[in-house]
Design a protein around this ligand. Sequence first.
Ligand SMILES: NC(=O)C1=CN([C@@H]2O[C@H](COP(=O)(O)OP(=O)(O)OC[C@H]3O[C@@H](n4cnc5c(N)ncnc54)[C@H](OP(=O)(O)O)[C@@H]3O)[C@@H](O)[C@H]2O)C=CC1
Ligand SMILES: O=C(O)CCC(=O)C(=O)O
Ligand SMILES: [Mg+2]
Length: 740
Amino acid sequence: MATSPTIFYTKTDEAPALATHSFLPIVKAFTKSSGINIETKDISLAGRILATFPEFLNEDQKIEDALSTLGELVKLPETNIIKLPNISASIPQLTAAIKELQEKGFNVPNYPEEPQSDSEKDIKSRYDKIKGSAVNPVLREGNSDRRAPKAVKNFAKKNPHSMGAWNPDSKSHVATMQAGDFAHTEKSVTLPEATTIKIVHVNNNGNETVLKPSFPILEGEIIDGAVMSKTALVNFLQEQVKEAKASGTLFSLHMKATMMKVSDPIIFGHAVKVFFADVFNQYAQIFDEIGVEENNGLGNVLAKVNELPANKRNEILNAIETAIENGPDLAMVNSDKGITNLHVPSDVIIDASMPAMIRNSGQMWNAQGKTQDTKAVIPDSSYAGIYTATIDFCKKNGAFDPTTMGTVPNVGLMAQKAEEYGSHDKTFEIGENGTVKVIDNAGNVLMQHSVQAGDIWRMCQTKDAPVQDWVKLAVTRARASQTPAIFWLNENRAHDAELIKKVNAYLPQHDTNGLDIKILSPIQATNFTLERIKKGQDTISVTGNVLRDYLTDLFPILEVGTSAKMLSIVPLMNGGGLFETGAGGSAPKHVQQLLEENHLRWDSLGEFLALAVSLEHLGETFNNSQAKVLAETLDKATEKLLENKKGPSRKTGELDNRGSHFYLAMYWAEALANQEQDTALKTEFAPIFKKLSESESTIVTELNAVQGQPTSIGGYYEPDDALTAKVMRPSHTFNNIINA
Ligand SMILES: NC(=O)C1=CN([C@@H]2O[C@H](COP(=O)(O)OP(=O)(O)OC[C@H]3O[C@@H](n4cnc5c(N)ncnc54)[C@H](OP(=O)(O)O)[C@@H]3O)[C@@H](O)[C@H]2O)C=CC1
Ligand SMILES: O=C(O)CCC(=O)C(=O)O
Ligand SMILES: [Mg+2]
């Protein structure tokens, strides 16, 4: 047991990292007298790169490998972590971060796209561990409990966000594969006893290549294998491009290239090649020579082409232009800047992008900056059906009404790299026709798929202990909130069928008397839940890992406008607490606005909610009554902030993230001054509240006065700490009170 109560507060990237510069000094000031230690852990993309390559750095540039430290800490019962969203880097983001670090004098190696030597191979494999969703699977040593707190839900009911109307004749729809994808090829086995397995590829001449050497599998663990056929995928994509053109819908690809960091960039690359097929055919040889990486998107193609001599460059750029003109309308990420849906694999991420489209009348933006009905292309059909069902529901019933709709909390299976989270080191782009086999140490073939060159074969693992914990968490939440709970599992899907056996075995171990718990397939569950939500009724979704991710953006975005306002708890399996801040990401667009206009519209509500539960957990773990008082008063402050509408505005010149932090501090001090449980805190915070409230108009004026001009923080992935702190703390009056 650690001797001093500590909250580990993560330093991450982009907007949340900016917010931390303003919020963390407040947190430290408010918790100091209660003996609570706040320790920062750098898990930013830049920080993780530096920590991975110490031998390339000067002594004074080396930093702790904070992710590994936290990865150990999450296994201890007293651990308490506040985790902000971080970049799950695509290769374009990774290479940009490397470049910025090099420019700042950190001699980290380049990312070798095509490694030749052993040392390059080593560097690439170390970078590949930083790439994609590399933080969350390590820290999430527990399952997920995400919900909209009552105060947030009530606020949204009284102050509904905008919601685009739905036309019953909308042409928007989801296109997904009918065969040859992961969903249609999945095989699943539960291992009755512990064993080791290896994954091999056997070519048509019987030659075996080991894809992954022996690794252990625990008793009761579920393993799945599935394959995405390249031929089926390419045919499907070709058809969708044609069909989008014929029907006049926007072509828009929705992937999770960050979390599914091996399979989905490859699928993304196929879409780029299919959409620009003429260009890729005509310039195949040049593209090969200049090292075009279609998996990194059209942005990569353009960057590489731009390095060519002028006449070749212009010729190819024209060909790309023509392909865009001849193809279907392409959904845009930023029509002003000409950034398309196919530019960067991490620009359009399905969990956030599909709900945003549904909230926006089922439309996305076209090249003219106008909204248009959209064909949302989601190649693998494992989970696409839930969006089809939601879209169909909106066509039939119109848009949801945030003033009356119910809520859908989620209990999600994710601990110990459950399901697709654990597939990164078991996903392979197949080099040669043959068979992929999973073989145990006794030589038994547990499953096999026949594969062709270019197919993507993927294996997932789901350990038994996390499943037991998940079932228990579902029952606990259903009981605590007296809400029906639905397990979203499809008995006709191989993996789900195995999971259903476990759910049926473990549910009876709990007191479920009087609770309404059932198992429905994801599409049935969507319809059931949506019928209820429309009537204002609440339903807990109990899901696997991918649906956890999808639903904890889908429902929050429809219900409360953003997933940033979610309470997002990971009860760690060994007793510690990981408190995530909201369910969304790191909002790159917000950084742009700060740099251009010195206004940060990032809403820190997720941080406020996470801090309160973190303090409560710490109070219990360390028997620290002051921490509990801090938690209760912080919740009061957050509620008051909502009531008084002191969240950040989107508009420059109005209250932003920094201003909302001021109000939170003032209301927190007020709640501490007004409570009677702890005299010391009361005495300490009464004068602070007085000072803050007397200075309110000065502070708000100081905070808003800086807005409207461009500003600089000295970097993107590795901003300058002192500069950023200066930008994020522009009120001397407020700083003086907090620093004192
Ligand atoms: N837990 C984690 O670590 C997660 C990390 N990510 C990472 O985040 C990055 C961006 O992902 P993306 O899919 O664009 O999702 P984001 O959630 O970052 O952004 C989508 C939109 O949601 C709105 N939004 C999100 N958070 C807030 C907030 N706190 N306050 C106000 N608005 C908010 C913004 O809308 P608007 O622009 O209209 O203001 C934003 O543009 C990626 O690098 C991804 O890897 C993504 C999800 C989870
Ligand atoms: O880990 C990631 O890449 C994203 C996680 C995410 O979107 C989520 O947990 O909701
Ligand atoms: Mg998500």
